[in-house]
Structure formats: C-alpha cells, structure tokens
Design a protein around this ligand. Structure first.
Ligand code: GLY
Length: 261
C-alpha cells in the first residue's frame, strides 16, 4: 500500500446550514434530515481529514443557504488558479462569496460568467486530466470556460456525458491516478478509457462517491460490498458515516475542497 502521498495539505469546509432540510434535490425524494446528526457527521468528517494530515479551514454556515456545506460545487482549485463556479442551481449562487474570500488567500482567482454554468461536483481531476460532466448543473459553456482557464496550466479537459445522476462525481471518483470507482450506468464511460474502472457493487448504485486523501479512501459504510471491492485492491479504506448528507443528494467529495497550499 502506498504511503499517504500528501497530494493535498489543506481542506476548506463550510458548516451545515440549519436550513439543510430545504436543500436542492434533483433525482431524490425529500426526506427529513436530522440537523444534529448532520452536524455531528460533519464534525467527524473534519476530524478525519485532520487525522489524515490536512489543515482544515472552516467557513461558518449561512442559515440562508441550505446547501452551503457542499463547498465542492462552488470552486475548482487547480495548481496556480482557483476557479469560482457559477452553479446551475440558482439557489446556490449565493454560496460563492464566502468561499472566494478564503480561496483568495491561496490562489489567484477566476470566474465563470453567464450563460455558462459549472459545478465542482462535475469536475473529476485524475492527474492532469479534468473530466467534466455535462449534467443538469454544468452546460457546454461551463466546460468551455474551464478548458480555457485550465489548459494553459497544463491540464487536459475531457467532457463526460452524465445521464442518470446529479453530478459526474455521483457516478465516478478517483481511487488513484490510474483507477476510478464508478457506476458506469449513470454516465457515458467512453471518455474514461485508459483508466481502470472498479465497478460499484450492483446493489449499491450510489456508492461511487468516495474521497481520496493521499493513499486513503474515505467511504460511506452503508455501501459495504463496494467497500470490500476497494479494500480488496489494497486501499486504506476509512469508513465515515454521511447518511444525512446522502439524503441531501450529496456525499463525501461534496463536503470539502482539497488542495495543496
Ligand atoms: N443538494 C445538493 C445539490 O442539489 O446541489
């Protein structure tokens, strides 16, 4: 097993809004979210990232912004640049300002202008390739804007059609720079050729969103068959319960922006 490779040393998080019960939902039916449990799960998430060696910067929650803890969607942090997105969900555009203020300490900033929409949940970085989902939240102009900003920095941008879920990373996340965990039924996996695809267990279609932190893979324990598949390949799997956030159509990657200082 590789040592934790320290690809990231900072995690930006944002607290859980007391309004999370009014979060955006696209594919899921609304069910009650227990705020106290969500806050406890968020706190455990921050603790695990610290244990894995990251410095955690936490932005306070905004009671007017139900989805504000899902910071991944409002920025894409590249080597040399942080791109503030323009979420496809209008209710989420107010989340940008507070995250922008923090990221300005670490990177020059760029923005996504109308009519482009882009959400970070649609941007999967694997090495220097950015796979970008065309999804309900990210349009062609959003992909083009990211390409314009990222290619001069040495990234390649590859579009992936998203057909069955909210974001690209609902269907596929990276285990390392050669291997991804995926539910290939929710995307067109053709653009991922060249990567090894570890399929989620068929009875766990929502299990693909795991969080890679160095050599560790943080994963929701409610998907045990998929976790077994990942562990069997030698990864240091760290179970972390995010059940309340799954009800908000979110998961592990959504709750942080990880990058190297
Ligand atoms: N609730 C997460 C989202 O729809 O953006």
């Amino acid at each position: 097993m590789p040592e934790h490779d320290k690809t990231a040393d900072v995690a930006v998080l944002r607290g859980v809004s007391p309004a999370i019960g009014r979060c955006e939902l696209t594919y899921l039916e609304r069910e009650p979210i227990a705020l106290d449990r969500a806050v406890a799960q968020h706190s455990a998430y921050a603790s695990l990232l610290r244990e894995l060696g990251l410095s955690v910067v936490e932005i306070p929650a905004d009671p007017e912004l139900p989805d504000c803890c899902f910071v991944e969607d409002v920025a894409v942090v590249l080597d040399g640049l942080a791109v503030l997105t323009r979420p496809g969900a209008e209710s989420r555009r107010g989340e940008i300002a507070a995250v922008e203020e923090v990221l300005a300490r670490f990177r020059p900033l760029a923005h996504v202008e109308p009519p482009a929409t882009l959400e970070g949940g649609d941007v999967l970085a694997v090495g220097r390739t950015l796979f970008v989902g065309r999804s309900p939240r990210t349009n062609a102009a959003g992909v083009d804007r990211l390409r314009t900003l990222a290619e001069p920095l040495g990234y390649q941008v590859v579009t992936v059609p998203v057909t069955g879920c909210l974001h690209l990373k609902s269907a596929v996340t990276a285990l390392d720079d050669e291997r991804v965990l995926a539910n290939a039924g929710w995307i067109d996996p053709t653009p991922l050729r060249g990567l090894e695809i570890v399929p989620v267990a068929p009875e766990e279609p929502g299990a693909a969103n795991v969080l890679r932190v160095g050599g560790a893979v943080v994963a929701h324990p409610g998907f045990p068959r998929t976790l077994e598949r990942v562990a069997a390949r030698g990864y240091d799997v760290r179970p972390l319960d995010v059940s309340e956030f799954l009800k908000a159509e979110a998961a592990l990657t959504c709750k942080s922006l990880l990058f190297r200082r």
